[in-house]
Design a protein around this ligand. Structure first.
Ligand code: SPV
Ligand code: MN
Length: 618
């Protein structure tokens, strides 16, 4: 080992040597030379090493203890509160273009730039070397990941969110088939926050199976194994024969039927992903990233890449999210980020409890009534404030979470957000029509989040932010994945956000009914109405389900309002989607679906001579 023993001790060197992997040794050596830390600590899967990251995060002030045992708080800087799209680039050879909305950079140029910023970036700091396994251990799904970071908060978060990979690296038998992530938070201010956010760079080097990310701390930018590994894995899946998706995984357990049906679901941020995976009475396998493969029996199988949740805390309260709320209020290992802290107690927006008039948040001292430069009230916590915890802390965690074979997926849900176009739930006419539906997902911004309300963004499979292959190629992979299956999952779309006169047409709990209907459809239990855009539920079935699941009367009037086929709006959506795919390209079958869906909509319009067709007239 070519690192000064005063930096990498004998004991730490031994931990590396035990892996018998020259590539790991080489990477540690190389980045020790470039980043110049004054100490390197290798973290194995021992209890002591796992504890160490948390201890140092507290000692160095990247986290602070809260009153409740096991709870800590971390504050990202004011300009480091979300994923930085602008400075995240996929490195490609000169002249290579991916899709219009994929941000790329010329590889050689970007590597030169980032290596320059990395030079000496860890001076006076400790570098942590950790090993993780994406997916369950000893499984054909899983991938090894090596993390080098100077942030103890990042190492600590990863210990919570991911499975240890120290044993898995030994199973690699010296191969270089692993991803690696180099992260530096850069220079920190007195609050332990990244100072030089203007030099933030997140470079995804597909060719090198690595990501270099610097001058940031927000987990979506810094934690290598989350959205950075997702991008590398999408490339790998594309070159092989599986899918890497921005999906939750859950078990659906209809009462009294004695069965469990697994669903995977992709929802853009803020469209109800975690809350769907946490619907009471069901089980959760994962809430963010899933790998899917064709099983030996011809069914689709999937694993959760992670073992924890990095969840949005806003609106987590006793009524809407009772299980998570209870978990956040009791002692266990938990990291709160970007909440408000007063007397060692965390507070957040929409928590359903009285909040203090002052405290400490990501921006410093906060007081009720503060206004920003534009005269708008400063919120007590950031809207993207989060919690980091293990799934095993939840009472509804699925027992198959670590099954190396994954769970069989019989249903796939694509969730969008629109106020005036799509019905609350619909089923595709076939697998490829389902791919078409997923590829057409749109999400409307709300006034609070991204400026103007009602701005639609196209987010195919809720994965657009993370694509590293052209959109058309990604769509093609989905079509061919289905062709390799003997039993394709049933594909559905949901939209929890339909409005009339500015009011939501559905309650927050209604999604349980849609879920139970979808589960029943997988088992051919309900007949459905065929519409130009797919199958929708019949009134009698929903009425029964509302009564059974929510003890709610579901009126015919609600059904008609929610499930009317909005021809004009649906045609407009089709035009938007077509324009995108004419530019991006798509498989032939996809264009066929576009054409057929349009002609079905136009035929219905002619037949009924109406812009909105009641489901009763279908
Ligand atoms: C998301 O935004 O989809 C997240 C959080 O899951 S982040 O880690 O920022 O990607
Ligand atoms: Mn996500």
């Amino acid at each position: 080992m070519n690192v000064d023993p005063s930096i990498l001790s004998k004991e730490n060197t031994e931990k590396l040597k035990a892996l018998n992997n020259p590539h790991v040794m080489h990477i540690v050596e190389e980045y020790a030379k470039i980043c110049k830390p004054n100490k390197i600590t290798v973290l194995t899967d021992s209890k002591q090493d796992v504890e160490y990251a948390r201890t140092i995060a507290l000692e160095k002030g990247e986290e602070a203890k809260l009153k409740m045992a096991g709870h800590t708080v971390h504050f990202d800087g004011p300009k480091d509160q979300g994923r930085d799209k602008e400075n995240t680039k996929i490195l490609v050879p000169k002249g290579v273009k991916l899709s219009k909305s994929i941000n790329t950079g010329e590889r050689e140029e970007c590597l030169t730039e980032v290596m320059g910023i990395l030079d000496g970036i860890m001076k006076g700091k400790e570098m942590f070397v950790s090993f993780f396994c994406l997916g369950p251990e000893n499984s054909k799904f899983s991938l090894c990941a090596l993390q080098l970071t100077d942030s103890a908060y990042v190492a600590h978060s990863e210990n919570i969110l991911y499975r240890s990979g120290y044993r898995e690296f030994k199973r690699l038998k010296g191969s270089d088939k692993f991803f690696y992530f180099i992260h530096s938070a850069g220079e920190l201010n007195e609050r332990g926050q990244t100072k030089n956010v203007d030099k933030r760079r997140i470079y995804i080097d597909l060719e090198g199976n690595r990501v270099l990310t610097i001058n940031n701390q927000y987990a979506g930018n810094s934690v290598g194994l989350k959205k950075l590994a997702l991008r590398l894995a999408i490339k790998k899946a594309n070159n092989e024969d599986w899918l890497c998706e921005h999906m939750f995984l859950m078990g659906v357990l209809p009462k009294g039927k004695g069965r469990k049906t697994y669903f995977a679901g992709a929802f853009p941020s803020g469209c109800g992903k975690t809350s769907t995976a946490m619907i009471p009475g069901q089980t959760i396998v994962g809430d963010d990233i899933a790998y899917l493969r064709v099983g030996d029996d011809g069914r689709a199988y999937s694993v959760n890449v992670e073992q924890g949740i990095f969840g949005i805390i806003e609106n987590v309260n006793a009524d809407d999210d009772p299980l998570i709320f209870e978990t956040l209020k009791t002692p266990r290992e938990l990291i709160f980020s970007n909440v408000l802290v007063k007397d060692g107690v965390p507070y957040w927006l929409g928590m359903g409890e009285e909040t203090p008039k002052e405290g400490l948040n990501y921006a410093g001292e906060w007081k009720a009534g503060m206004i920003d430069a534009k005269g708008k009230p400063v919120l007590l916590a950031h809207k993207n404030a989060r919690y980091t915890m293990r799934l095993s802390e939840l009472p509804n965690v699925d027992p198959e979470l670590h099954n190396p074979n994954g769970v069989p997926v019989d249903g796939i849900i694509y969730g969008g957000r629109d106020s005036d176009t799509s019905p609350p739930v619909a089923q595709s006419l076939s697998w490829s029509h389902g791919v078409f539906m997923g590829a057409a997902v749109e999400s409307e911004t709300t006034a609070q989040v991204l400026g103007a309300e009602g701005v639609r963004t196209h987010d195919p499979m809720a994965n657009m932010d993370f694509l590293v292959v052209p959109l058309a190629t990604y769509i093609e992979n989905h079509i061919s994945f289905g062709e390799r299956l003997d039993k394709t999952p049933k594909v559905f779309t949901t939209n929890y956000f339909l409005k009339k006169d500015g009011k939501f047409l559905n309650g927050k709990l209604d999604k349980k009914v849609w879920l139970l209907w979808m589960e029943g459809r997988v088992h051919n239990e309900y007949s459905a109405l065929e519409t130009p855009i797919g199958y929708i539920p019949k009134y009698e079935d929903l009425k029964k389900l509302f009564k059974e699941a929510l003890n709610k009367e579901y009126s015919m009037e609600s059904y008609i309002q929610q499930f009317s086929i909005r021809i004009t709006k649906l045609l407009q959506k089709l035009d938007r989607i077509e324009a995108i795919y004419l530019e991006e390209g798509a498989p032939e079958v996809f264009h066929e679906h576009l054409k057929q869906q349009r002609s079905r909509l136009l035929d219905a319009q002619k037949k009924h001579n109406k812009e909105e067709i009641s489901p009763l007239d279908l």
